[in-house]
Design a protein around this ligand. Structure first.
Ligand SMILES: Cc1cc2nc3c(=O)[nH]c(=O)nc-3n(C[C@H](O)[C@H](O)[C@H](O)COP(=O)(O)OP(=O)(O)OC[C@H]3O[C@@H](n4cnc5c(N)ncnc54)[C@H](O)[C@@H]3O)c2cc1C
Length: 500
């Protein structure tokens, strides 16, 4: 039987256990079958040796020894399991692993190609040290297209070295996962099934995993084996349908359903989209979001999303294809994908020694639907808090320590989420308001402010005179739009800010 990981291969036989991992940590890996009758637990060291292995015929041998109070000094490294190996999970794992924690990352699909537009802001490339080959295309031109097909070109304010990065998620995620592994993360290719605290809230978490085995790229590649893993802290980075969130009863969020077709178009048409992305607004393509054509490696991603009328998503998709018209005519659909996008943070994001990050926590911005950067950033911030508060993995942490990440996150990003929520409510409420929105995008000042805050994720200090002009311009656009037509806006809510 093999209870192994890509980095950690633990073979448990009747009397022997071996492990082949570089590093300097020790782990406790349990094989659940061995609890029944045989009751065997195997402790292994990342140095390559077996620390202990025992079998007992009686009760399980965890007991009070396993209960450790917050802040207590540990005689072994803090054990952290990260569920999910997307940007949030990989970045959390990297941070924990390089800072003294014994880190596990459980990912069900190593070749996962997350349904996604793949657009990332420029600052992510530097901040997360991404190599140029991760970026398929550098987009420095955008077209905003209004309901009446009025086009506004955006991008003239960009400097020559400024662009939006277009990535393929299978490439980006694989890179981030491999880097986390290089720093010492034990990567387990398996499906996280559940977890429990057998010794109460200060005891360890025992995770149940269907282990697909080393080298498996997707489920079914290899026979599943069940394994258990005992850890101190759990980070839920398992996306919008998070199982970890359900287990800690984190509460629901409103969500959009986003739909995307990857369409291969001929070279001439592809040339048109070489460094250009298009955003279409109108109640034909979405009642509360936008439709997009994003250039990818050798094709375009064409998609849309909605919160308020999910059953009509295919009708909106037909409309976005129609609006793109001749520019994608004759293209071959090579992949169809759909996935939920969270609309606001969950009511609870931390419970005891469990924290949620990325989509599992609900960190996608309204209006733009952007989540990759926020996933990576929240994963990193959470990993940093775990590492710092545990004194590089030397002391037990608790809920108060994990809240350091949450407080920092909310302080830094709450205003961004709030502003984008308001913008969505104001400008996506009717076709008339959308026309006004596109008109406003003609302003160089609006373009610079929008791009700067997207590309660099900082609140850009404005020019007071231009701000006043913008305010009057906005009011005028909205009044003009409302004079044309007013409809009831979508009942999209940001969700109340609650203490997690
Ligand atoms: C159609 C669409 C287009 C989008 N376009 C963009 C865009 O252009 N730019 C942008 O910034 N954002 C975009 N987003 C949002 C973005 O995709 C997400 O915000 C981002 O992927 C969140 O990253 P994450 O790591 O939190 O979660 P995910 O990327 O969802 O990763 C979760 C990982 O956990 C794994 N997992 C889940 N459950 C388990 C389990 N039980 N056991 C083991 N592993 C598990 C999954 O396999 C997955 O690899 C888009 C979303 C959609 C749906």
């Amino acid at each position: 039987m093999q209870c192994g990981t890509r980095a950690t291969s633990v073979k448990v036989g009747s009397a022997s256990a071996t492990k082949k991992v570089a590093g300097s940590r020790k782990a406790v890996v349990m094989c659940p079958g061995l609890y029944q009758g045989n009751h065997q637990r195997v402790s292994v060291s990342s140095r390559g040796g077996v620390l202990s292995s025992w079998a007992s015929g009686g009760r399980r041998e965890v007991g009070v020894r396993a209960v450790i109070q917050d802040g207590a000094k540990l005689d072994r490294p803090l054990r952290v399991a990260i569920i999910g190996g997307g940007p949030a999970g990989a970045c959390a794992a990297e941070e924990c692993a390089k800072n003294g924690c014994e880190t596990y990352m459980i990912e069900r699909k190593m070749d996962n190609c997350k349904p996604c537009g793949g657009a990332i802001p420029l600052c992510m490339i530097d901040e997360f040290d991404l190599p140029p080959e991760i970026i398929d295309r550098q987009v420095n031109r955008m077209k905003m297209i209004s309901p009446s097909n009025r086009e506004v070109d955006i991008g003239s304010t960009l400097k020559p070295n400024e662009y939006i990065g277009m990535t393929r998620r299978e490439v980006l995620d694989d890179y981030l996962r491999q880097r986390a592994e290089k720093y010492g993360t034990n990567v387990i290719n398996g499906l996280f099934m559940g977890m429990e605290q057998k010794e109460g809230e200060k005891g360890p978490w025992t995770l149940s995993i269907n282990n697909y085995g080393e080298g498996a790229t997707s489920k079914g590649d290899k026979a599943r084996e069940k394994m258990e893993l005992e850890v101190d802290v759990v980070v839920g980075a398992d996306g919008a349908t998070s199982r970890v969130a359900k287990i800690i009863d984190a509460g629901d969020y409103d969500y959009a359903i986003a739909y995307q077709e990857r369409i291969r178009i001929d070279q001439e048409r592809m040339k048109f989209y070489e460094n250009l992305a298009e955003m279409y607004v109108g109640d034909d393509v979405s009642p509360d979001f936008y439709g997009w054509v994003f250039p990818k490696y050798d094709h375009v991603g064409v998609g849309t999303g909605t919160v308020i009328n999910k059953p009509a998503i295919k009708q909106y998709q037909d409309a976005i294809r129609d609006r793109a018209g001749d520019k994608i005519t004759g293209g071959k659909i090579i992949k169809i994908e759909a996935h939920p996008i969270p609309e606001h943070p969950r009511p609870k994001r931390i419970e005891g020694r469990v924290a949620l990050v990325g989509d599992a926590a609900g960190y996608v911005t309204k209006c733009s639907g952007e989540g990759i950067y926020f996933a990576a950033k929240s994963g990193r911030m959470c990993g940093e808090a775990i590492a710092q508060r545990s004194n590089q993995g030397q002391r037990m942490i608790g809920e108060r320590d994990l809240r350091v990440y949450l407080n920092k996150w909310d302080r830094k990003y709450w205003p961004t989420y709030k502003v984008l929520d308001i913008l969505q409510k104001v400008f996506y409420r009717s076709n008339a308001a959308r026309e006004a929105f596109v008109e406003m995008c003609q302003s160089e000042y609006v373009q610079r402010m929008t791009f700067d805050s997207y590309l660099y994720k900082t609140v850009v200090p404005g020019n007071p005179i231009n701000d006043i002009k913008l305010l009057f311009g906005t009011i005028a656009s909205i009044l003009r739009a409302n004079a044309l037509r007013v409809t009831n806006g979508p009942s999209v809510t940001f969700g109340e800010r609650k203490e997690a």
